[in-house]
Design a protein around this ligand. Structure first.
Ligand code: GLV
Length: 328
């Protein structure tokens, strides 16, 4: 009998077709994973799961007695309860590497968009408001080049953002991370800072740390107060690394100048969220890695991980290697 694979939310079509040749694959989108009976019935039988942001906790695993591997089509894995997975001996994988430059492009794109007010000025032109040849200072932005970029989370993507800032925009790079990164210091002249120092000295503060128990709510009221009044805050990590209420307040009070956000506390964002009323806030719908090329690569890598796990091989991107070691 063909193994059953549960596919969830986002797996690119050619990759779904590849899996369908070998497995009994069922695709689910936007289901309530606690109540959708068709989903839960299929999960009972599934040996593998692949997709984007499937929330996996103890309760869900009760419905998954045959599950061997869950393969995230994302580098982030805050959707997974790793302790619960380990207890049940279920492997979990992610897709690092293939999206690094794409996410860095997004972070830099929204950073520049906020600094130069590009979305706001795009509306201005399209709404027919451009009626004098030379627009006045009320529409001027601020420079990106030669400013100070503070990066919080100096992993692969943080590194790629530093590369863009240093080589592309002649920026001074500050970073805050769990450990110091001598390579980034050598390559980009990046300087390690404690968080307070980074917040005080940066013109752009860019959040790109994974969401963990330690980073949840890492940037809140106090942190926004420390930033320059002219600072532009960029979040391309996860919405919950920031206290969104405090961000809104900081923007309202003029404690920072602007924000560029790809991620939000709640996704999709509520249409009445005050952030959406602010012309100095640039928003994108969590598209950090969402290019045609990169989404395909992520799905392919996730499928490779899944198939390895199903075939009894160690998946290349196993998140918690101790689950494999436990298998003996
Ligand atoms: C995107 O947000 C990812 O984690 O891959």
């Amino acid at each position: 009998m063909r193994k059953k694979i549960l596919a969830y939310n986002r797996v690119e079509k050619p990759v779904l077709e590849r899996l369908q040749k070998k497995y009994d694959v069922q695709f689910f989108k936007n289901v309530d994973t606690n109540t959708d009976t068709e989903f839960l019935d299929f999960l009972q039988e599934a040996e593998g799961a692949i997709g984007l942001e499937l929330p996996v906790d103890r309760q869900l695993l009760e419905h998954a007695p045959n599950l061997k591997i869950i393969s995230n089509v994302s580098v982030g894995y805050n959707n997974l309860d790793l302790d619960a997975l380990k207890e049940k001996n279920v492997m979990a994988t992610n897709t690092p590497g293939v999206l690094t430059n794409t996410v860095a492009d997004t972070a830099f794109g929204i950073l520049v968009a906020a600094a130069r007010r590009i979305p706001e000025l795009d509306y201005y032109v399209k709404e027919g408001k451009w009626d004098v040849e030379a627009v006045g200072p009320e529409l001027f932005g601020t420079n990106v080049h030669h400013k100070t970029l503070g990066i919080i989370g100096m992993g692969r993507i943080g590194n790629a953002i530093a590369q863009r800032g240093h080589f592309g925009f002649d920026m001074d790079i500050l970073y805050h991370s769990r450990s110091s990164k001598p390579e980034a210091e050598k390559q980009f002249n990046a300087k390690y800072c404690n968080l307070d120092k980074l917040l005080e000295a940066s013109d752009f503060v860019c959040m790109i740390t994974p969401l963990t128990k330690q980073t949840e709510g890492m940037i809140g009221k106090e942190e926004f107060k420390r930033m320059k009044k002219s600072a532009i805050f960029v979040n391309a990590s996860r919405g919950k690394t920031v206290v969104e209420e405090d961000l809104i307040e900081a923007l309202k009070q003029g404690e920072i100048a602007a924000a560029a956000l790809d991620v939000f506390e709640q996704e999709p964002i509520d249409s009445d969220n005050p952030l959406l009323q602010m012309s100095n806030v640039v928003t994108t719908p969590h598209i950090g890695s969402s290019t045609v090329e990169t989404e395909l690569k992520m799905s392919e890598l996730a499928a490779d991980n899944l198939e390895a796990g199903l075939n009894g091989e160690k998946p290349p991107n196993l998140i918690d290697a101790s689950v494999w070691d436990n298998k003996g």
